[in-house]
Design a protein around this ligand. Sequence first.
Ligand SMILES: *[C@@H]1O[C@H](CO)[C@@H](O)[C@H](O)[C@H]1NC(C)=O
Ligand SMILES: *[C@@H]1O[C@H](CO)[C@@H](O)[C@H](O)[C@H]1NC(C)=O
Ligand SMILES: *[C@@H]1O[C@H](CO)[C@@H](O)[C@H](O)[C@H]1NC(C)=O
Ligand SMILES: *[C@@H]1O[C@H](CO)[C@@H](O)[C@H](O)[C@H]1NC(C)=O
Ligand SMILES: *[C@@H]1O[C@H](CO)[C@@H](O)[C@H](O)[C@H]1NC(C)=O
Ligand SMILES: *[C@@H]1O[C@H](CO)[C@@H](O)[C@H](O)[C@H]1NC(C)=O
Ligand SMILES: *[C@@H]1O[C@H](CO)[C@@H](O)[C@H](O)[C@H]1NC(C)=O
Ligand SMILES: *[C@@H]1O[C@H](CO)[C@@H](O)[C@H](O)[C@H]1NC(C)=O
Ligand SMILES: *[C@@H]1O[C@H](CO)[C@@H](O)[C@H](O)[C@H]1NC(C)=O
Ligand SMILES: *[C@@H]1O[C@H](CO)[C@@H](O)[C@H](O)[C@H]1NC(C)=O
Ligand SMILES: *[C@@H]1O[C@H](CO)[C@@H](O)[C@H](O)[C@H]1NC(C)=O
Length: 410
Amino acid sequence: MACSENMFFLIGLFMSGVLACFGQRDLIASMPDRLDVLTGSCVQIPCSFDIPDKHKDTFNSAILLSGVWIKEFPYLGERPDSVIFNSTEMVNRYQGKITGNMSQKNCTTVFFNVTTNYTDIYFFRIESQPFLAIDFGKHVYIVVSDLPSSPILTVSGEVKEGTPVSLNCSAVAPCPEHPPELTWTLPTQFTTENQLQENPDQTKSVLSTVTFTPSYLHHEKNITCTAVYPVGTSNKRAEHNMTLNVSFSPKDTSASISPDDPVFVGSCVNLTCSSTANPPVTNFTWFKISEGKTTQVASGQSYTLNVTVGDGGLYYCQARNSHGCGMSNEVQLAIKGHEEPVNPKVFEIVGKTLGLIFLFSLIVFFAWRRRTSRLPSGFDMTDRSQGLVGMNSPVGTVCSNQATVGRGNQ
Ligand SMILES: *[C@@H]1O[C@H](CO)[C@@H](O)[C@H](O)[C@H]1NC(C)=O
Ligand SMILES: *[C@@H]1O[C@H](CO)[C@@H](O)[C@H](O)[C@H]1NC(C)=O
Ligand SMILES: *[C@@H]1O[C@H](CO)[C@@H](O)[C@H](O)[C@H]1NC(C)=O
Ligand SMILES: *[C@@H]1O[C@H](CO)[C@@H](O)[C@H](O)[C@H]1NC(C)=O
Ligand SMILES: *[C@@H]1O[C@H](CO)[C@@H](O)[C@H](O)[C@H]1NC(C)=O
Ligand SMILES: *[C@@H]1O[C@H](CO)[C@@H](O)[C@H](O)[C@H]1NC(C)=O
Ligand SMILES: *[C@@H]1O[C@H](CO)[C@@H](O)[C@H](O)[C@H]1NC(C)=O
Ligand SMILES: *[C@@H]1O[C@H](CO)[C@@H](O)[C@H](O)[C@H]1NC(C)=O
Ligand SMILES: *[C@@H]1O[C@H](CO)[C@@H](O)[C@H](O)[C@H]1NC(C)=O
Ligand SMILES: *[C@@H]1O[C@H](CO)[C@@H](O)[C@H](O)[C@H]1NC(C)=O
Ligand SMILES: *[C@@H]1O[C@H](CO)[C@@H](O)[C@H](O)[C@H]1NC(C)=O
């Protein structure tokens, strides 16, 4: 291929410019600017033409009309071999057919068995003696490649869980006799609808619309639309991949407590909420259930508290984003220091009382027997009780705030 794409366009631009200046278009042809074609397949060039008013009397559509396609260089006087197709000739350099009805000014043409050396710009000419005209101002750029171009995937609006969504996949059909077949790969069940449609420039495309109902489980899963082009006895395929972005309300919301064991009053407890959501959770809120009442106690992903006697109870969190909210399981905050100091004191009092009664009895008994005796070992229990009380004094880490609130925004 001697000429670059740019050069074709420069030639075209130059000619359009010259014609625009002098207004000398003898024929007005309409065709697409560009066609992308597959090697070995066919190409249909949608084409129509019109005769400018100044030539309306010389042109007679009743007379035998030839349609001629010219490759690259339209000045036939200088290069007559640039004619690659002439509808009145039996044999042409390009195998083809004008499928449009020329009497109705439809010059739609199909070329078969396209090879890569067909890549070029093409001009159209009509011959209807004595009227002969080329439209120098319009050409079609045909690009032949071995691989089909990828289909185009489009989604309208946001993909939300539970709301049916439609996706379009569109693949060009330069050879409408052998259109591509479109298939979908989705992570869920779906329905499709295919149709051959005409684009504004009269070229054809196959459009496939798929409808399905996304769930949060489909977030970040792939969707593929595959176009299979039949070429001769084999197929050529091209595909388009897309990763689903499903927006959903918070899921798998769970609350955890650290430490997970009963704690003493004055120690530090960390409640943490976790959740997955798209877009991410904006608000975490903590609730406490105590004596059948639910109260909001904090906001933020983690809630740290320096335990007081009243803090015992069940806690849960709520995660919220723009699509809704999710509620967690309940976690128990059990307090050790709240109950245990009471019992040792009771033991202490009971122990001391019993000890005193026992001592008194002994004194009375021994005094009555007029014998002296050693004191019994009733103080062991008292010592143990005091030891237990001693263990209740605040221990553990330093908790700077009553509630350290971490912002849930990400
Ligand atoms: C097209 O074919 C006709 C019939 O053979 C011939 O008269 C005419 O000159 C040809 N046109 C061109 C541009 O070759
Ligand atoms: C021109 O002819 C082609 C092929 O026969 C046809 O598909 C197309 O609809 C026609 N165009 C018009 C404008 O009639
Ligand atoms: C082409 O169009 C003309 C005029 O409209 C009509 O008479 C003729 O039958 C058409 N030819 C074909 C092949 O359809
Ligand atoms: C295209 O070429 C193949 C051989 O390569 C031939 O069998 C077939 O008939 C041709 N198709 C057309 C429409 O001419
Ligand atoms: C185009 O290439 C094919 C092989 O790919 C060759 O047979 C044919 O002669 C070439 N045609 C032209 C006009 O160069
Ligand atoms: C899909 O294509 C149809 C028909 O062209 C159009 O009405 C619809 O808006 C398109 N939908 C998307 C998601 O692009
Ligand atoms: C999804 O598509 C991307 C890009 O095409 C690819 O790299 C990735 O492996 C695919 N993932 C899955 C699960 O198919
Ligand atoms: C509470 O737990 C969260 C998550 O494990 C951690 O990010 C945070 O630093 C902890 N806060 C305290 C005060 O330990
Ligand atoms: C996915 O959608 C969410 C919510 O609509 C948005 O915030 C996020 O930026 C999107 N992510 C990607 C990778 O497009
Ligand atoms: C969520 O957080 C934002 C900013 O952090 C705050 O303005 C808003 O009031 C909160 N909403 C609820 C329901 O707590
Ligand atoms: C808990 O609060 C009490 C009283 O405000 C304080 O004396 C104690 O040091 C705090 N405990 C921790 C672990 O910060």
